[in-house]
Design a protein around this ligand. Structure first.
Ligand SMILES: Cc1cc2nc3c(=O)[nH]c(=O)nc-3n(C[C@H](O)[C@H](O)[C@H](O)COP(=O)(O)OP(=O)(O)OC[C@H]3O[C@@H](n4cnc5c(N)ncnc54)[C@H](O)[C@@H]3O)c2cc1C
Length: 400
């Protein structure tokens, strides 16, 4: 057992942790990362990556991208749909992407210990450092970044950060990712990679069908309260049957086992800085309440955390700059306009039907939706542009 001192210890090696580690090391901070599972490790996810995320990634993560997205297709509850092309976005396979992100961090000089859970974090007030305990070692660090994901495990509880998420914060997802021979899809007339959203599959949330290169990803996500009676797995199975009936997946396909997982579907937490310990990614609730996108927010949040630590160590600037930065960059957008859009869009099935129907009639509106999904427009800009567009959309709808 050694007790080496690091500048930063990062707990959790998903995209938030690896991004934090990558940027810490890039700025010359002596960094260590612990991930409790051994790479390659999987995490239930659609794997849609918005274009803006690309510039934040290291080379290996970029190279691990599965494909770009040819089209976005949105279905209404009555299965009317529109297709949008031309807005850039990508698909990743999380097992590959997350390992590549960790290797990018390692290449920058981060010491990575995977298959090694952190059991305890203690603050030593004598020298203002943290002691990090795993089964195999004890190390010390001046700063800690907690990137442990959405689960409120023992560590989060023992640090007094929270014992549970507030009521109504979480959605439940059921998700599978299956390797598929390309020919099986071309036999069904499917030639493009596609991000498909199905409204009406669940009351507040949606079903998704992502067609990647050599993989299909199917899932449903909804607030627990709305889905508990039906049972999330039953809703997922019904959705799979629907896709078969629509000839979007082969009727005799054997899908990979579906897994249930929670998703923050509300807004980021109020407090992300606890003395010299910072929360990033799902642990801080950095997820869109409209689409469930988390990858961009956790990867950019990791960069902001690293910058704040560097500026604190080097120039004595307040660590609270981290919180200010993410609130300004995306936090306000998620918790204000994002939540407004969530409440507006998912209010009733009739509303979802209406919105898709308007976009069917007006390509420009459909394009704005595509830009919002791909993160080209944040929610504030999207809403403003939609409000300006709406009179034209209505005229177009009345004419057709
Ligand atoms: C079904 C589903 C579909 C989604 N689809 C999309 C999508 O298409 N696009 C998108 O952008 N977002 C999507 N999201 C959200 C996205 O998956 C998350 O926002 C993202 O994974 C958050 O990354 P993270 O690093 O914060 O957490 P995670 O990826 O959960 O990583 C946390 C890591 O911490 C480790 N850990 C926990 N405790 C310890 C410990 N004590 N010691 C060491 N390690 C520990 C865990 O093993 C884990 O590997 C989806 C989420 C779900 C549930």
């Amino acid at each position: 057992m050694s007790n080496e001192l690091y500048d930063v210890a990062i707990i959790g090696g998903g995209p938030a942790g690896s991004s934090s580690a990558y940027y810490c090391a890039k700025m010359g901070l002596k960094t260590i990362l612990f991930e409790k599972k051994a790479y390659p490790r999987d995490k239930p996810c659609g794997g849609a990556l918005s274009h803006r995320t690309l510039s934040l990634l290291g080379e290996k993560a970029k190279q691990s991208i599965n494909c770009s997205i040819d089209n976005i297709t949105i279905y209404s509850p009555s299965l009317k749909h529109f297709i949008n092309r031309g807005n850039k976005g990508y698909f990743v396979i999380r097992e590959q992407f997350d390992e590549a992100m960790a290797r990018d961090a390692q290449e920058q000089g981060v010491s990575i210990f995977d298959g090694e859970a952190v059991l305890e974090i203690k603050h030593d007030s004598n020298n203002d450092t943290y002691t990090i305990v795993t089964e195999k070692r004890i190390i010390s660090a001046n700063y800690v970044i907690l990137a442990t994901g959405v689960q409120n495990n023992k560590l989060i509880r023992s640090l007094g950060i929270r014992s549970r998420w507030p009521e109504g914060y979480l959605a439940i997802c059921v998700n599978s990712e299956t390797e598929i021979e390309q020919k099986l899809l071309t036999d069904l007339g499917i030639k493009e990679t596609s991000l498909q959203i199905f409204f009406g599959v669940v009351p507040k949330g949606y079903g998704w069908y992502f067609i990647k290169k050599g993989y299909i990803n199917i899932g449903i996500g909804a607030t627990w309260i709305d889905i508990k009676e039906d049972g999330p797995k039953n809703v997922y199975e019904r959705f799979v049957e629907q896709l078969k009936e629509m000839n979007l997946i082969p009727s005799d396909i054997k899908l990979a086992k579906a897994k249930s997982y929670t998703l923050v579907f509300k807004k980021p937490v109020k407090k992300s800085v606890f003395h010299k310990l910072l929360l990033v990614g799902d642990a801080a609730g950095f997820v869109s309440p409209v689409t469930g996108e988390g990858l961009y927010y956790c990867i950019s949040g990791g960069k902001f955390a690293a910058e704040a630590i560097y500026n604190n160590k080097q120039y004595g600037k307040a660590l609270k700059a981290y919180q200010k930065k993410w609130i300004k960059d995306f936090g306000k957008d998620l918790s204000k306009t994002g939540l407004f859009l969530q409440n507006f869009l998912y209010k009733t099935l009739r509303r979802m039907e209406l919105i898709v129907n308007l976009a069917i009639k007006d390509d420009k509106l459909a394009d704005l939706v595509g830009k919002m999904i791909m993160g080209i427009l944040d929610y504030g800009k999207f809403l403003r542009k939609v409000i300006f567009r709406l009179p034209v959309t209505i005229i177009k709808t009345l004419k057709k």
